[in-house]
Each structure stands twice: as C-alpha cells, then as structure tokens.
Design a protein. Sequence first.
Length: 118
Amino acid sequence: MQEDAPPAKLAKFRPRVADLEKTIRRLAADSENVRWRARHYETHAESRMEWRDITDQMMFEVLQTGSIKGSIEPGRNPGEWKVKMCKQMKGRREVGVVTLVINQARLFVKTVEWEDIR
C-alpha cells in the first residue's frame, strides 16, 4: 500500500499591489462604482469626512491617483479586498481612504483619515 503524499501547502492568494491600484483607479473614475453614502442614514465614512474636513473631491482624488499603503487584506466575503489608498494632497496633509474592492466591480469606502499625527 502506497502512502498518500502530504498535501502541498497552498499559497494564500493576494492580488498584486499594482493590479489592485489599477482596478481601484479604474472603478473610482465613475462615481457610480463607489459607495460611501446612504440615503436614509449617515455612514461611518460620511461622518468621518465631515468631522475631519475631508471632502468628496479629496476622497476621489486619493482613489483615482493615490497608492496603496500597508497590506492588502481579504474582506469578510469572497472576492473582497481591503486596502488603504493614500495620497499627499497638494498644500495639505496625507489623506488615507480605507476601501473595500468588491469583486473587482465596485468600491465601498469604509472610512477616511488624515495619515499624519498633529
């Protein structure tokens, strides 16, 4: 009787940073692909934007032209990836936008924040 070989370790898949940045930028080019507001209640992202004085325009600029900072983490559901996109704003501080990429088809902004500590 031949023993079965031990199962090979599977590498945990994570998208490449450059590929995910490209996907985020493409999706953020159309605001229909980005959810950060709700009709009947205030989302966490909305309240943080207001409290931190970060505008919609700044958030979209970060998503469209920023870079991933930190690790790419799997989301709660299959096909979701959580990242923080960051960008140094002209004449301002660095802004971070924590975002879920959902099935490479849409974005959900969880929160926005200033990256530097004052």
